[in-house]
Design a protein around this ligand. Sequence first.
Ligand SMILES: Nc1ncnc2c1ncn2[C@@H]1O[C@H](COP(=O)(O)OP(=O)(O)O)[C@@H](O)[C@H]1O
Ligand SMILES: [Mg+2]
Length: 378
Amino acid sequence: MPSDTKVTVYYGPLSWFDEQVEGLSCDSLMEIVYARDEVNRQLRVVVPGQQESEPEERERPEHVVAESGDYASLNEHSITNFAGLIRSIEPEHLHLHNPPAHVQAQMERIFSATDVKRYKYPVVTRDTLVRFRKGFGDHLVGQTAVKDALLAALYPLTTERRTKPVVLMFYGPSGVGKTETAQFVNDLLGGTLLRKQFSMFHNDKYASYLFGGTHTESSFAHDLLDRESGVILIDEFDKANPVFHSAFYQLFDGGIFEDKNYRVEVGPSLIICTSNYGSESEIREALGDALYSRFDSLIAFQPLSRGEILQVIDRVVKARLIELSSEEQKHLDAGFLMTRLAPLADNFANVRKIGKIVDELISLVLVRALLDEGPEPE
Ligand SMILES: Nc1ncnc2c1ncn2[C@@H]1O[C@H](COP(=O)(O)OP(=O)(O)O)[C@@H](O)[C@H]1O
Ligand SMILES: [Mg+2]
C-alpha cells in the first residue's frame, strides 16, 4: 500500500528547526519508538476462556519529528530500514532534521511527497565589509595589513555569482589575533562560531570524525550540518596529520563535505584555517600543492610589537574592570595594574596568557582587600 505520508527534510541549526515546527502538535519519533519497544517487551498472558482484549486501535499521529541528535539513538536496523519504521508509524507529516544522507534518499524514493528545506546562512554583504573596516581596530590591535587583505578576500562572497566557499589560511606566531579575527568576522554575521581544534587530530578516533564512522559517532559532517554560523573555523590546521588533508579537497573546492553517513553543502560560506606557519613557501611545502592551491588567500599575521602588547594588556584590564561590582572596583586602579603587568610586554609569548594573568592579579588584590577589611578572628 503506498503511503501518503508527507515528509519534510530540514538542513540547518536546531534553533531554526525548532522554529519551523513550533506551533504544530508534534510527537517525537524517539518517544514513539521507545513506547513501542516497551509494549513489545511486555509479556502477554492469555487466560483460556477469557477473551483477549483487543489491542488498542492506534491513532494515526499528525506530526512526527526527529531532531539531528535523535538518529544516533536509533539502532542500526532502524536507520537502514528507516522507511519501514516510518511506514509502521504512518504519520501524516514527518519532519526530519539533519538526517543521514541515505535516510533522505530513502524518503525521496519511497514517499513521493518529500521536500527539502535549507537554512539560509548569514552571508557577507557590503554592509558586513563596512562594519568590518570600522570595527577592526576596536577588536584587534595592530595587524593593519590583515585588515586590508581580509577585506579583499571577503569581497567575492558579496557577489551573487559566488556559490562556493572562500577558504582562507591565517598564519603567523601564536597569540597575535588569528582566532580573535575569525571570531570578530563571525560576530558580524551572527550565530555561534563553529570552531574545530585540529591539534586534536592525531589518532584513529579522528579518522572516524572526518571520514565518518558508525551513525552513533560524532562527525565533522554532522557538526557542519548543525552549525549556526556563516564562518567555519578550523583552528591549528598545521597540527592535523597529513593523512587527513584529502578530506578537505571537496569542501574547499566546491563546498561539499561528505562522510560515510552525512552530506553537507556549505555554499558561499567562509572557511578559515589557522596555523603557525612562518611563510607561504613553508605552507606550500608542508601541505603540498594539492591542498595549498585550494586556499583562496593566505593571510599573514605579524608578531606584535612591545607597544602593541601593552595595548592588548590595557584593553584586557579595562574589559575586566568593567565586569566587576562597584564595590570591587574601589580596590583596583587601572594604573597600578598596568605597572604590575607591563613587564609581560617584553616577551610576546606571553600574549595568550594575558587574560589569565590579569584575572589572577585582580583576584589577588581583591582577596587581600577582603581579608584586611573584615574583623580579625578572636
Ligand atoms: N592583535 C591583537 N589584538 C587584540 N588582542 C589580541 C591580539 N592578539 C592577541 N590578542 C589577545 O590574545 C589572546 C590570544 O589571541 P588569539 O587570537 O587566540 O591568538 P592566535 O593568533 O594564536 O589565534 C586573545 O585573548 C586575544 O584577545
Ligand atoms: Mg588561535
